[in-house]
Design a protein around this ligand. Structure first.
Ligand SMILES: C[S@@+](CC[C@H](N)C(=O)[O-])C[C@H]1O[C@@H](n2cnc3c(N)ncnc32)[C@H](O)[C@@H]1O
Length: 351
Protein backbone atom coordinates (compact mmCIF):
# COMPACT_ATOMS: atom_id res chain seq x y z
CA UNK A 1 0.00 0.00 0.00
CA UNK A 2 1.29 3.44 -0.90
CA UNK A 3 0.18 5.85 1.76
CA UNK A 4 1.39 8.99 3.45
CA UNK A 5 1.45 12.71 2.94
CA UNK A 6 -0.35 13.32 -0.36
CA UNK A 7 1.42 16.60 -1.24
CA UNK A 8 4.78 14.93 -0.70
CA UNK A 9 3.80 11.85 -2.72
CA UNK A 10 2.66 14.09 -5.57
CA UNK A 11 5.89 16.03 -5.50
CA UNK A 12 8.03 12.87 -5.62
CA UNK A 13 5.88 11.46 -8.40
CA UNK A 14 6.26 14.56 -10.60
CA UNK A 15 10.02 14.58 -10.13
CA UNK A 16 10.23 10.97 -11.36
CA UNK A 17 7.79 11.65 -14.22
CA UNK A 18 9.85 14.64 -15.33
CA UNK A 19 13.39 13.43 -14.74
CA UNK A 20 13.22 9.62 -14.51
CA UNK A 21 14.14 7.27 -11.64
CA UNK A 22 15.77 8.93 -8.61
CA UNK A 23 18.31 7.68 -6.08
CA UNK A 24 17.02 6.35 -2.77
CA UNK A 25 19.09 9.08 -1.07
CA UNK A 26 17.01 11.71 -2.86
CA UNK A 27 13.77 9.91 -1.94
CA UNK A 28 14.84 9.63 1.71
CA UNK A 29 15.82 13.31 1.77
CA UNK A 30 12.29 14.26 0.60
CA UNK A 31 10.49 11.81 2.92
CA UNK A 32 12.38 12.94 6.02
CA UNK A 33 13.62 16.45 5.29
CA UNK A 34 11.54 18.13 2.56
CA UNK A 35 11.32 21.69 4.01
CA UNK A 36 7.53 21.65 4.23
CA UNK A 37 6.39 18.04 4.19
CA UNK A 38 9.30 15.94 5.53
CA UNK A 39 8.75 13.67 8.53
CA UNK A 40 11.33 15.53 10.66
CA UNK A 41 11.36 18.98 9.07
CA UNK A 42 7.58 19.39 9.37
CA UNK A 43 7.75 18.55 13.10
CA UNK A 44 5.48 15.50 12.59
CA UNK A 45 7.95 13.04 14.07
CA UNK A 46 7.17 12.04 17.61
CA UNK A 47 9.53 9.93 19.72
CA UNK A 48 8.65 7.90 22.83
CA UNK A 49 5.81 5.75 24.12
CA UNK A 50 3.09 7.77 22.37
CA UNK A 51 5.19 8.34 19.25
CA UNK A 52 6.73 6.23 16.53
CA UNK A 53 9.78 4.71 18.23
CA UNK A 54 11.95 4.86 21.35
CA UNK A 55 15.47 6.24 21.57
CA UNK A 56 17.95 6.27 24.46
CA UNK A 57 16.77 9.80 25.20
CA UNK A 58 13.09 8.88 25.41
CA UNK A 59 13.86 6.17 28.01
CA UNK A 60 14.23 8.93 30.63
CA UNK A 61 16.70 11.48 32.04
CA UNK A 62 19.25 8.85 33.13
CA UNK A 63 20.87 8.67 29.69
CA UNK A 64 21.56 12.43 29.65
CA UNK A 65 22.78 12.31 33.26
CA UNK A 66 25.31 9.57 32.46
CA UNK A 67 26.51 11.46 29.39
CA UNK A 68 26.78 14.71 31.38
CA UNK A 69 29.21 12.93 33.70
CA UNK A 70 31.21 11.74 30.69
CA UNK A 71 31.27 15.29 29.27
CA UNK A 72 32.49 16.69 32.59
CA UNK A 73 35.38 14.21 32.58
CA UNK A 74 36.28 15.43 29.08
CA UNK A 75 36.17 19.01 30.35
CA UNK A 76 38.60 18.03 33.11
CA UNK A 77 40.88 16.33 30.57
CA UNK A 78 40.97 19.50 28.51
CA UNK A 79 42.16 21.47 31.54
CA UNK A 80 38.82 22.69 32.96
CA UNK A 81 38.71 25.44 30.39
CA UNK A 82 36.12 28.19 30.28
CA UNK A 83 34.00 28.21 27.15
CA UNK A 84 33.85 24.46 26.88
CA UNK A 85 31.29 23.81 24.14
CA UNK A 86 28.97 20.83 23.89
CA UNK A 87 27.73 20.70 20.29
CA UNK A 88 24.69 18.50 19.84
CA UNK A 89 23.49 17.58 16.37
CA UNK A 90 20.14 15.83 15.92
CA UNK A 91 18.84 17.34 19.17
CA UNK A 92 15.22 16.79 18.12
CA UNK A 93 12.95 18.34 20.81
CA UNK A 94 15.83 19.33 23.11
CA UNK A 95 15.14 16.68 25.75
CA UNK A 96 18.71 15.34 25.88
CA UNK A 97 20.08 18.88 26.24
CA UNK A 98 17.67 19.53 29.11
CA UNK A 99 18.67 16.29 30.87
CA UNK A 100 22.37 17.20 30.57
CA UNK A 101 21.93 20.81 31.68
CA UNK A 102 19.59 20.07 34.61
CA UNK A 103 21.97 17.45 35.91
CA UNK A 104 25.01 19.67 35.34
CA UNK A 105 23.44 22.57 37.21
CA UNK A 106 22.49 20.41 40.18
CA UNK A 107 25.38 17.99 40.45
CA UNK A 108 28.35 19.40 38.51
CA UNK A 109 28.16 23.17 39.16
CA UNK A 110 31.77 24.03 38.26
CA UNK A 111 31.41 22.22 34.94
CA UNK A 112 28.02 23.80 34.35
CA UNK A 113 29.44 27.30 34.84
CA UNK A 114 32.16 26.68 32.26
CA UNK A 115 30.00 25.21 29.52
CA UNK A 116 28.00 26.47 26.59
CA UNK A 117 25.51 24.21 24.86
CA UNK A 118 25.29 24.64 21.10
CA UNK A 119 22.58 22.96 19.06
CA UNK A 120 23.12 22.50 15.34
CA UNK A 121 19.60 22.63 13.99
CA UNK A 122 18.63 23.06 10.35
CA UNK A 123 14.85 22.90 10.92
CA UNK A 124 13.04 25.98 12.35
CA UNK A 125 10.12 24.00 13.78
CA UNK A 126 12.48 21.78 15.81
CA UNK A 127 14.45 24.82 16.96
CA UNK A 128 11.20 26.32 18.27
CA UNK A 129 10.47 23.16 20.28
CA UNK A 130 14.02 23.16 21.64
CA UNK A 131 13.84 26.83 22.63
CA UNK A 132 10.64 26.18 24.57
CA UNK A 133 12.08 23.17 26.35
CA UNK A 134 15.35 24.94 27.21
CA UNK A 135 13.99 28.37 28.10
CA UNK A 136 15.13 28.07 31.72
CA UNK A 137 18.77 27.98 30.66
CA UNK A 138 18.75 31.38 28.95
CA UNK A 139 21.81 32.17 26.88
CA UNK A 140 23.72 29.12 28.13
CA UNK A 141 22.18 27.50 25.04
CA UNK A 142 22.79 28.76 21.52
CA UNK A 143 21.58 27.66 18.09
CA UNK A 144 23.42 27.44 14.79
CA UNK A 145 22.30 26.29 11.36
CA UNK A 146 25.77 25.27 10.34
CA UNK A 147 28.87 24.30 12.32
CA UNK A 148 31.54 26.74 13.44
CA UNK A 149 34.85 26.20 15.24
CA UNK A 150 34.65 24.93 18.84
CA UNK A 151 36.67 23.23 21.58
CA UNK A 152 34.83 20.60 23.60
CA UNK A 153 32.68 17.69 22.52
CA UNK A 154 30.41 16.97 19.57
CA UNK A 155 27.61 14.62 20.56
CA UNK A 156 24.94 12.80 18.59
CA UNK A 157 22.49 10.02 19.34
CA UNK A 158 20.93 8.36 16.29
CA UNK A 159 21.97 11.10 13.89
CA UNK A 160 24.07 9.13 11.39
CA UNK A 161 21.43 6.43 10.86
CA UNK A 162 18.95 9.13 9.82
CA UNK A 163 21.13 10.44 6.98
CA UNK A 164 20.11 9.66 3.39
CA UNK A 165 21.77 6.64 1.74
CA UNK A 166 22.03 5.29 -1.79
CA UNK A 167 21.17 1.62 -2.25
CA UNK A 168 24.31 0.39 -3.99
CA UNK A 169 25.46 -3.22 -3.93
CA UNK A 170 27.60 -5.35 -6.26
CA UNK A 171 27.85 -2.74 -9.03
CA UNK A 172 24.08 -2.16 -9.10
CA UNK A 173 22.01 0.68 -7.64
CA UNK A 174 18.34 0.51 -6.68
CA UNK A 175 16.52 3.63 -7.86
CA UNK A 176 13.00 4.79 -7.09
CA UNK A 177 10.80 4.64 -10.18
CA UNK A 178 7.10 4.61 -11.05
CA UNK A 179 5.00 1.75 -12.29
CA UNK A 180 1.70 3.40 -13.16
CA UNK A 181 1.22 5.58 -10.11
CA UNK A 182 3.01 3.22 -7.73
CA UNK A 183 6.59 3.64 -6.53
CA UNK A 184 8.83 0.68 -7.29
CA UNK A 185 12.55 -0.05 -7.26
CA UNK A 186 14.46 -0.51 -10.52
CA UNK A 187 18.11 -1.56 -10.72
CA UNK A 188 20.78 0.16 -12.81
CA UNK A 189 24.52 -0.53 -13.12
CA UNK A 190 26.64 1.98 -11.22
CA UNK A 191 30.39 2.51 -11.04
CA UNK A 192 30.32 4.16 -7.60
CA UNK A 193 30.51 2.34 -4.27
CA UNK A 194 30.01 5.20 -1.81
CA UNK A 195 26.48 4.90 -0.46
CA UNK A 196 26.59 7.01 2.73
CA UNK A 197 27.76 10.31 1.30
CA UNK A 198 25.68 12.47 3.70
CA UNK A 199 27.07 10.78 6.83
CA UNK A 200 30.64 11.09 5.54
CA UNK A 201 30.15 14.78 4.74
CA UNK A 202 28.85 15.26 8.25
CA UNK A 203 32.11 13.73 9.57
CA UNK A 204 34.09 16.16 7.36
CA UNK A 205 32.19 19.11 8.82
CA UNK A 206 32.64 18.04 12.42
CA UNK A 207 36.36 17.39 11.90
CA UNK A 208 36.85 20.73 10.19
CA UNK A 209 35.31 22.61 13.11
CA UNK A 210 36.53 20.68 16.15
CA UNK A 211 39.68 22.53 17.30
CA UNK A 212 40.42 20.28 20.25
CA UNK A 213 38.38 17.65 22.07
CA UNK A 214 36.18 14.67 21.33
CA UNK A 215 33.37 13.44 19.13
CA UNK A 216 30.97 10.93 20.67
CA UNK A 217 28.52 9.29 18.27
CA UNK A 218 25.98 6.74 19.47
CA UNK A 219 24.06 4.77 16.90
CA UNK A 220 23.22 1.28 15.77
CA UNK A 221 25.32 -0.27 13.05
CA UNK A 222 28.07 -2.68 12.12
CA UNK A 223 31.82 -2.55 11.65
CA UNK A 224 31.58 -3.89 8.11
CA UNK A 225 31.97 -7.67 7.78
CA UNK A 226 28.43 -8.31 8.91
CA UNK A 227 27.08 -5.05 7.47
CA UNK A 228 23.60 -5.39 6.01
CA UNK A 229 22.35 -2.55 3.90
CA UNK A 230 18.79 -2.89 5.05
CA UNK A 231 16.53 0.07 5.25
CA UNK A 232 14.23 0.15 8.27
CA UNK A 233 10.94 1.99 8.23
CA UNK A 234 9.10 2.56 11.49
CA UNK A 235 5.86 4.23 12.57
CA UNK A 236 3.77 3.82 15.70
CA UNK A 237 6.24 1.26 17.09
CA UNK A 238 5.78 -1.01 14.09
CA UNK A 239 8.30 -1.89 11.41
CA UNK A 240 6.75 -1.28 8.00
CA UNK A 241 7.49 -3.54 5.03
CA UNK A 242 8.49 -0.83 2.58
CA UNK A 243 9.77 2.77 2.49
CA UNK A 244 6.85 3.47 0.13
CA UNK A 245 4.38 3.05 3.02
CA UNK A 246 3.34 6.14 5.01
CA UNK A 247 5.73 8.39 3.08
CA UNK A 248 6.47 11.49 5.17
CA UNK A 249 4.71 9.98 8.20
CA UNK A 250 7.27 7.28 9.00
CA UNK A 251 10.92 7.22 9.98
CA UNK A 252 13.46 5.71 7.55
CA UNK A 253 16.91 4.60 8.75
CA UNK A 254 19.86 2.50 7.72
CA UNK A 255 22.35 1.05 10.19
CA UNK A 256 25.67 2.86 10.34
CA UNK A 257 28.74 1.49 8.58
CA UNK A 258 31.22 2.33 11.34
CA UNK A 259 34.39 1.47 9.44
CA UNK A 260 33.76 4.03 6.71
CA UNK A 261 32.92 6.66 9.34
CA UNK A 262 36.18 5.95 11.19
CA UNK A 263 38.27 5.96 8.02
CA UNK A 264 36.82 9.29 6.99
CA UNK A 265 37.46 10.72 10.46
CA UNK A 266 41.07 9.49 10.39
CA UNK A 267 41.57 11.01 6.95
CA UNK A 268 40.45 14.30 8.56
CA UNK A 269 43.01 14.10 11.37
CA UNK A 270 40.87 12.57 14.13
CA UNK A 271 41.95 9.45 16.02
CA UNK A 272 39.90 6.69 17.60
CA UNK A 273 39.52 7.24 21.33
CA UNK A 274 37.18 4.28 21.86
CA UNK A 275 34.61 2.01 20.27
CA UNK A 276 32.32 -0.26 22.22
CA UNK A 277 28.70 -1.24 22.68
CA UNK A 278 26.35 0.85 24.77
CA UNK A 279 26.24 -1.75 27.54
CA UNK A 280 30.00 -1.49 28.16
CA UNK A 281 30.05 2.27 27.61
CA UNK A 282 27.40 3.07 30.20
CA UNK A 283 28.73 0.44 32.61
CA UNK A 284 32.13 2.17 32.46
CA UNK A 285 30.55 5.52 33.31
CA UNK A 286 28.49 4.05 36.16
CA UNK A 287 31.51 2.29 37.65
CA UNK A 288 33.34 5.63 37.77
CA UNK A 289 30.41 7.51 39.34
CA UNK A 290 28.33 4.78 41.08
CA UNK A 291 26.19 7.28 42.98
CA UNK A 292 24.60 8.26 39.64
CA UNK A 293 22.34 5.24 39.97
CA UNK A 294 22.45 4.46 43.71
CA UNK A 295 20.83 7.63 44.88
CA UNK A 296 18.78 8.41 47.90
CA UNK A 297 15.88 9.53 45.68
CA UNK A 298 12.27 8.86 46.63
CA UNK A 299 11.25 5.21 45.90
CA UNK A 300 9.15 6.07 42.83
CA UNK A 301 12.10 7.87 41.18
CA UNK A 302 14.43 5.05 42.14
CA UNK A 303 12.09 2.51 40.55
CA UNK A 304 12.02 4.57 37.33
CA UNK A 305 15.82 4.88 37.32
CA UNK A 306 16.22 1.11 37.72
CA UNK A 307 13.81 0.43 34.87
CA UNK A 308 15.59 2.96 32.63
CA UNK A 309 18.95 1.45 33.52
CA UNK A 310 17.75 -2.00 32.55
CA UNK A 311 16.43 -0.75 29.20
CA UNK A 312 19.65 1.11 28.39
CA UNK A 313 22.01 -1.69 29.46
CA UNK A 314 20.30 -5.00 28.80
CA UNK A 315 21.84 -6.80 25.80
CA UNK A 316 18.39 -7.82 24.54
CA UNK A 317 17.10 -4.25 24.81
CA UNK A 318 19.33 -1.27 23.86
CA UNK A 319 22.64 -2.44 25.38
CA UNK A 320 23.92 -4.44 22.40
CA UNK A 321 21.97 -2.81 19.59
CA UNK A 322 23.83 0.49 19.99
CA UNK A 323 27.51 1.21 19.63
CA UNK A 324 29.50 4.20 20.82
CA UNK A 325 32.36 5.69 18.86
CA UNK A 326 34.67 8.31 20.37
CA UNK A 327 37.12 10.26 18.25
CA UNK A 328 39.73 12.70 19.52
CA UNK A 329 41.55 15.68 18.09
CA UNK A 330 44.64 17.31 19.55
CA UNK A 331 44.30 15.34 22.80
CA UNK A 332 47.53 13.84 24.16
CA UNK A 333 47.79 10.14 23.18
CA UNK A 334 49.01 9.35 26.70
CA UNK A 335 45.68 10.49 28.17
CA UNK A 336 43.92 7.56 29.90
CA UNK A 337 40.77 6.15 28.29
CA UNK A 338 37.53 7.96 28.92
CA UNK A 339 35.35 6.37 31.64
CA UNK A 340 32.93 5.01 29.04
CA UNK A 341 35.69 2.95 27.41
CA UNK A 342 37.18 1.43 30.56
CA UNK A 343 35.71 -1.97 29.75
CA UNK A 344 35.80 -1.63 25.97
CA UNK A 345 37.27 -4.30 23.76
CA UNK A 346 35.96 -2.99 20.45
CA UNK A 347 38.51 -0.38 19.37
CA UNK A 348 41.20 -2.87 18.27
CA UNK A 349 38.76 -4.24 15.66
CA UNK A 350 38.81 -0.85 14.03
CA UNK A 351 42.57 -0.36 14.01
C1 LIG B 1 16.40 9.47 15.03
S1 LIG B 1 16.21 11.16 15.44
C2 LIG B 1 17.13 11.19 16.98
C3 LIG B 1 16.71 12.30 17.89
C4 LIG B 1 17.42 12.39 19.24
N1 LIG B 1 18.86 12.53 19.08
C5 LIG B 1 17.12 11.19 20.10
O1 LIG B 1 18.00 10.36 20.28
O2 LIG B 1 15.98 11.11 20.61
C6 LIG B 1 17.27 11.93 14.28
C7 LIG B 1 17.33 13.44 14.40
O3 LIG B 1 18.40 13.92 13.58
C8 LIG B 1 17.99 15.13 12.97
N2 LIG B 1 18.87 15.43 11.84
C9 LIG B 1 18.99 14.78 10.66
N3 LIG B 1 19.93 15.35 9.88
C10 LIG B 1 20.43 16.39 10.58
C11 LIG B 1 21.45 17.36 10.34
N4 LIG B 1 22.14 17.37 9.20
N5 LIG B 1 21.72 18.27 11.31
C12 LIG B 1 21.04 18.26 12.47
N6 LIG B 1 20.06 17.38 12.76
C13 LIG B 1 19.76 16.46 11.83
C14 LIG B 1 16.53 14.89 12.64
O4 LIG B 1 15.84 16.09 12.42
C15 LIG B 1 16.08 14.16 13.91
O5 LIG B 1 15.66 15.08 14.88
Amino acid sequence: MQTGNSALIQLIRSEIENYGPQSFAWFMQQALYHPEHGYYSSGRCSIGRKGDYFTNVSVGPLFGQLLASQFSEIWERLGKMNDFVIVEQGAHDGQFARDVLEFGEKRLPEFFDALRYRILEPFPILEEQQRRRLEAFGDKVEWRESPEPFTGVHFSNELLDAMPVRLIRGGMEKLVALNGDRFVFVERPVDKTMFNHAALECVDQIAANLQRGYVIAIDYGFLDEEFERTVEVRARHRNLDSPFEQIGDADITMSVHWRSIVERAQANGLRIAGFTDQHHFLTGIISTWPDLVCSSSPPNIERKTKRALQTLLHPEMLGRAFQVLALAKDVDRGTPRLAGFKFSRGAQNLA
